[in-house]
Ligand binder design. Structure first.
Ligand code: OGA
Ligand code: MN
Length: 295
């Protein structure tokens, strides 16, 4: 499938910046903007429109400090705190670092404290109000690989048969921090974390303001509500597998300086281990904006 590399669709409207679509599935590159500059209402709206059109947008050649990234993020809503803890026991800071560097030695490792980003998911779906958009700013990237994959859940939903669409209508899945830790083989959730973030349930098919529908899946899900535990998990695993097939995936190959925003409502994403994890640092600064209750 060559869908990742060829973009045949056009850009639907005019933007106050230069936009180039990167694939038909998702992804556009924006250049000629310095995100340290104040963001006007027009600029903010144009960025949100680009996000709706392309689902993933990458501003090239940015150079923001963590404070500047925080200030830029606040243009789009409230920034979310975290349940995750560093080895030290401290909560992740508000602008936190996604990295393969070991917390103690500072050296690249295959087994970083947090590796949940290598599994398909949509951010903070274990919250009753999950993330609207997430931003990653590439600080250090491996010479090759370490890509982020984004799968378009609008397209994945469209590809289901009518019978499947009907069967999924009204079904809900239970998402939790605890399930995430089990599914990813990470340190189990502590009692405090379980209390802080009790399980929530969300529709498996989301309906957006524009009327379009998409699948809402990923590694934060424990089981399907009201369905046999194992049967529900098997159904979801099969759905996720098909929904993340190559024709629905945009692969973002990072360049240092990229600041990428994506729409968690219509995508699942994951990091790819397609790099020498023990040889090369991969460091990105991350912020996430609070969204809406999925319906
Ligand atoms: C995240 C995430 C993917 C990556 O920061 O939410 O999932 O490529 N990151 O590291
Ligand atoms: Mn994520």
């Amino acid at each position: 499938m060559a869908l990742q590399t060829t973009a045949t669709a056009t850009v639907s409207r005019t933007y106050p910046f230069s936009v180039r679509r990167l694939s038909d599935v998702a992804g556009a590159e924006i250049s000629g903007v310095d995100l340290r500059d104040p963001v006007s209402a027009e600029m903010r709206d144009a960025i949100m429109a680009a996000l709706e059109e392309f689902h993933v947008i990458a501003f090239r050649d940015q150079n923001l400090t963590k404070d500047e990234q925080q200030a830029f993020t606040l243009n789009f809503g409230e920034i979310e705190g975290h349940v995750g803890r560093l080895n030290s026991g401290e909560k992740y800071p508000i602008v936190h670092t996604v990295t393969n560097l070991d917390e103690k030695t500072g050296l690249p490792t295959e087994t970083p404290t947090t590796h949940g980003n290598y599994f398909w998911h949509t951010d903070k779906s274990y919250h009753d109000v999950p993330s609207l958009l997430t931003m990653l700013h590439a600080i250090q990237t491996p010479p090759e690989g370490g890509d982020t994959l984004f799968a378009n859940m609008l397209m994945a939903y469209e590809a289901l048969s009518d019978a499947e669409k009907q069967a999924l209508d009204g079904m809900r899945a239970v998402h939790s921090w605890e399930a995430n830790r089990l599914n990813t083989g990470n340190t189990p959730a502590s009692e405090e974390q379980k209390r802080e973030r009790p399980p929530v349930n969300h529709p498996i098919v989301r309906t957006h303001e524009n009327g379009r529908k998409s699948l809402y899946l990923g590694v934060h899900i424990g089981h399907v509500e009201g369905m046999d535990y194992e049967a529900g998990r098997a159904m979801l695993a099969d759905l996720l597998d098909r929904a993340t097939a190559e024709p629905f995936v945009y692969r973002h190959a990072w360049k240092v300086g990229d600041l990428t925003l994506w729409d968690n409502c219509v995508l699942v994403h994951r990091a790819d281990r397609n790099y020498e994890m023990t040889a090369h640092p991969r460091v990105l600064h991350r912020t996430a904006v609070l969204g809406v209750v999925p319906v």
